[in-house]
Write a protein that binds this ligand. Structure first.
Ligand code: UGA
Length: 448
């Protein structure tokens, strides 16, 4: 099939590359000329394991094209994926500006009937707005073509996006149009070989499904973080509780890991947008408000533990931070818990040495330049370099190389006594106690 994907950000690029990999001809369109030039030269704007290889192969074999001109793609395609950003506005609601602008551009260039697919995460009712925008742009050209709009939300995890796209748990296709449904069925047929993964529903049902899925996952995490906070006060190890409840198949082991709070571009944004959707129709989002409040508190938890041990003023102290990205497997710093932590440490007078396997370049842009030039914040090229002469090590992102570190080296490098704040409960408190390391986890017995 021939299709255009508009927006070559994270979602658009993965979507375009994976559809090309399945044999389709795909035009990836973006208004950012620099990005498109980079992609043509094989430079990817994001880090995602395996994506570079798929992009390179499909571009070389002529199935994947990059252009800034939607018109170039429009003459060949009758399927248009909208995969542009829906950033939060000041009140938290999703900004549809880009989505609707793309809808107008589609209406301005198509010459035959088209199917427009919303991949972007958009509030319930957006498909109708998109259809109206395309039709208005067509009418301005004196044309009337059949336009169907489909909601086909993505469920890609950063760091595992290719796998999630190629072997999805489910594919949600929301449409009220029979022809669109059969085109989508054909497009996704190669992904259904072992069993039927496509779930068909109405367009509004699909729009809500995306928000409900992310909000449910965020709720699980916030719930568990609240239980962890209780565990600390009641001398309970939350890791035992996690295993104890996860074994109930109705609860399951996924997404009940307590930690330093959820981050990334999706959970914080989508929970906020759903809160706004609720308020707009007069529903008080009691659960969602609590999910957000717990997450905001959780992002302070490591800092609070550090302050409880070392005091309000951290002047003269140095902290070695392991992990900056919001989760392992990505260089994405958006809403990362490392940001409020490092900011809090430096504002209290401390120096921070930080290491991350891939996110340092992005982290350098996030924190004020003067912190870096004054060496209050130093990014190291090696994980152990971050610990040299530090008062404590703080694990924020659970990258694999941090999971089984050389504790002898950790002890040698940190000031004595060696102290570890483990924001992801990666280490065994008893084993560390035997090593003579002072350990603070999240929701664990070794509390302050
Ligand atoms: C999330 C969803 O998992 C995807 O299904 C969805 O498509 C995507 O958002 C999106 O809307 O685009 P992602 O943001 O890449 O994907 O990251 P996750 O792996 O879900 O992790 C989110 C955050 O939750 C991370 O900060 C992670 O550390 C935290 N987390 C996750 C926990 O604190 N505890 C857990 O048990 C699991």
């Amino acid at each position: 099939m021939k299709l255009a994907v508009i927006g070559t950000g994270y979602v658009g690029l993965v979507t375009g590359a994976c559809f090309a990999e399945m044999g389709n001809s795909v035009w990836c369109v973006d208004i950012d000329a620099e990005k498109i030039e980079g992609l043509k030269a094989g430079r990817l704007p994001i880090y995602e394991p395996g994506l570079d290889e798929i992009v390179e192969r499909n571009a070389r074999e002529g199935r994947l094209h990059f252009t800034t001109q939607l018109a170039d793609a429009a003459s060949a395609c009758d399927l248009f994926f909208i995969a542009v950003g829906t950033p939060p506005q000041e009140d938290g609601s999703a900004d549809l500006h880009h989505v609707l602008a793309v809808a107008r551009q589609i209406g301005a260039v198509i010459e035959r009937d088209a199917i427009v697919v919303d991949k972007s995460t958009v509030p319930v009712g957006t498909a109708e707005l998109v259809k109206a925008e395309v039709e208005a742009a067509l009418a301005a050209r004196g044309k009337s073509l059949a336009v169907a709009v489909v909601s086909n939300p993505e469920f890609l995890k950063e760091g595992a996006a290719i796998e999630d796209f190629m072997r999805p748990d489910r594919i949600v296709v929301g449409t009220d149009d029979e022809r669109a449904r059969s085109v989508m069925a054909e497009l996704y047929a190669p992904f259904n070989r072992s069993h039927q993964r496509v779930i068909y529903m109405g367009v509004r049902d699909a729009e809500m499904t995306k928000y409900a899925a992310n909000a449910m996952l965020a709720t699980k995490i916030s719930f568990m973080n609240e239980i962890a906070t209780l565990c600390e006060q009641y001398d309970v190890d939350v890791e035992k509780v996690r295993i104890g409840i996860g074994s109930d198949s109705r609860i399951g082991y996924h997404f009940i890991y307590p930690g330093a709070g959820y981050g990334g571009s999706c959970f914080p944004k989508d929970v906020k947008a759903l809160v706004q959707m609720a308020r707009r129709v007069g529903v008080e989002p009691l659960v969602l408000d609590a999910v957000e409040a717990r997450n905001a508190a959780q992002k302070q938890t490591l800092l609070n533990k550090i302050v409880a041990r070392f005091g309000e003023s951290l002047a003269g102290r140095t902290f070695g931070v392991w992990g900056l990205a919001f989760k392992p497997g990505t260089d994405d710093m958006r809403e990362a818990p490392s940001i409020p932590l490092i900011t809090g440490l430096i504002e209290r007078g401390a120096c921070v040495k930080a290491y991350d396997p891939v996110a340092i370049a992005n982290a350098q842009k996030v924190f004020p330049q003067d912190w870096q030039t004054e060496e209050r914040l130093i990014f190291t090229t090696h994980q152990y370099g971050a610990l040299e002469g530090a008062d404590a090590m703080v694990l924020v992102t659970e990258w694999k190389p941090f999971r089984h570190p050389d504790f002898e080296a950790v002890k040698r490098l940190l000031k004595s006594p060696a102290v570890i704040f483990d924001g992801r409960n990666q280490y065994d408190p008893e084993a560390l106690a035997r090593e003579g390391i002072v350990y603070y986890g999240i929701g664990r017995r070794n509390r302050l």
